[in-house]
Design a protein around this ligand. Structure first.
Ligand SMILES: Nc1nc2c(ncn2[C@@H]2O[C@H](COP(=O)(O)OP(=O)(O)OP(=O)(O)O)[C@@H](O)[C@H]2O)c(=O)[nH]1
Ligand SMILES: [Mg+2]
Length: 311
C-alpha cells in the first residue's frame, strides 16, 4: 500500500489503515513521518488514562468494564495494551483480546497491544505517537494497560494524563508490596476484587501510607471495584474525570504538555543519533577499526555527531 493510499484510507476511517500505521510507529519506521505530518491538522487530543498494577490484579477486566461504561456514554475508546515482556508484538494480544472480545464488533472500540523493539524508552515514544494517531482518527478516549513490572509503570505515568494503580486484596500485593515510587505516580488507586476478603484492610493501609508520604496538591482517591461485576466503575471514571479537571484548573495540564514535548524531543533526538552512529560504524570500516583498536566510544561518538553536524 502506498503512503498516499494509507493516508486516504486512514482519513476515510479505515481501521486497518490505523492498525497498519501504528505498526509502522511500533517498528520505529521513519516512513510514517510524512503521513503524521499530513494528519497533523486532523489532530485532536484524546483523554489518556493509564492502568498499571501487578500481574493478575484485573487490569484487563477493569479496562473492559471502563470501555463498557464509556460506550454507554457514546464515547469512542481505544485501548493500547503494552507488554514490557514482549519486545515486539505486531498487534497480537491473545489473553487480552479474548477478555475484551465483547467489544470486538464495536466500530467505536479499538484494541491492540504495543511493543517496541530496541532500546528502553522506545515503547513510550511509540505509545505517544500512537496516541496522536488515535486522536487524529477521532477517538475520544485512550486507555493504556501495562503490567507493572520493571520500569513500565513509570513509562505509562510519563505518557498518561491520569495514572490508575490497581491493587487487590489477595496475591500478597497489598501495601507492603507496593514498589517505591508508586505513590508518586498514582493519581487514582483502585482496590479491585473488592468482593474478596481483606479489601478494607488494603484501603486502610494505603491511606496510612499516603498520610506518611509528602503531601501532594492532588490527593489520590481510593476506589473499590469488582471489575467482573461492573461495580465501582462509575466511581472510578468519575475519579479519573475529577483528576483531569484538577490538571486543567491548576495549570498542571499545560505544564505537563510542555514538559512532555521537551522530553519527547530529547528522546527522539537520542533515537536519531543512535541510528546514525550505528550506520556510521557500519558504513565506515576505518572508523569501526579505529574504535576497536583505541577502545574509545566517547571520542568516536563525538566524532560521528560532529560529522553529522557538518553534513
Ligand atoms: N474475584 C474477582 N476476580 C476478578 C475481578 N476482576 C478480575 N478478576 C479475575 O482476575 C483474573 C485476572 O484478571 P485480568 O483482567 O486478566 O488481570 P490483568 O491485571 O489484566 O492480568 P495481566 O494482564 O496478566 O497482568 C481473571 O481471572 C479475572 O476474572 C474482581 O473484581 N473480582
Ligand atoms: Mg491484562
Amino acid at each position: 500500500m502506498s503512503e498516499a493510499d494509507l493516508l486516504a484510507r486512514f482519513r476515510s476511517g479505515d481501521v486497518r489503515a490505523l492498525a497498519r500505521t501504528i505498526t509502522l510507529v511500533e517498528r520505529r519506521d521513519p516512513s510514517v513521518r510524512d503521513l503524521e505530518e499530513a494528519l497533523r491538522s486532523d489532530a485532536s487530543t484524546p483523554g489518556v488514562a493509564g492502568f498499571t498494577g501487578a500481574p493478575g490484579t484485573g487490569k484487563s477486566t477493569l479496562v473492559d468494564a471502563v470501555v463498557t461504561h464509556l460506550r454507554g456514554k457514546e464515547k469512542s475508546v481505544a485501548v493500547l495494551a503494552t507488554d514490557p515482556n514482549s519486545p515486539f508484538t505486531g498487534g497480537a494480544i491473545l489473553g487480552d483480546r479474548i477478555r475484551m472480545q465483547r467489544h470486538a464488533l464495536d466500530g467505536k472500540v479499538f484494541i491492540r497491544s504495543m511493543g517496541a523493539r530496541g532500546h528502553l524508552g522506545g515503547l513510550s515514544l511509540a505509545t505517544r505517537e500512537a496516541i496522536r494517531l488515535l486522536g487524529a482518527f477521532g477517538f475520544d478516549e485512550v486507555i493504556l494497560e501495562t503490567v507493572g513490572v520493571g520500569q513500565s509503570e513509570l513509562e505509562v505515568a510519563a505518557v498518561a494524563d491520569t495514572t490508575v494503580v490497581v491493587l487487590t486484596p489477595n496475591l500478597g500485593d497489598s501495601v507492603q508490596m507496593i514498589k517505591a515510587g508508586i505513590l508518586e505516580i498514582a493519581d487514582v488507586f483502585v482496590v479491585n476484587k473488592s468482593d474478596l476478603d481483606g479489601h478494607a484492610r488494603v484501603a486502610a493501609e494505603l491511606r496510612a501510607m499516603m498520610n506518611l508520604a509528602p503531601k501532594r496538591v492532588w490527593k489520590p482517591p481510593i476506589i473499590a471495584t469488582v471489575a467482573t461485576r461492573q461495580e465501582g466503575i462509575e466511581q472510578l471514571w468519575s475519579a479519573v474525570v475529577a483528576h483531569r479537571s484538577h490538571l486543567e484548573a491548576s495549570g498542571r495540564a499545560k505544564e505537563l504538555t510542555e514538559q512532555r514535548l521537551r522530553d519527547e524531543t530529547a528522546e527522539v533526538a537520542a533515537e536519531l543519533a543512535r541510528r546514525r552512529a550505528r550506520q556510521a560504524l557500519e558504513d565506515d570500516p576505518t572508523l569501526a577499526e579505529r574504535l576497536l583498536q583505541d577502545g574509545t566510544p566517547y571520542r568516536t561518538a563525538e566524532e560521528i555527531l560532529k560529522r553529522d553536524a557538518n553534513r
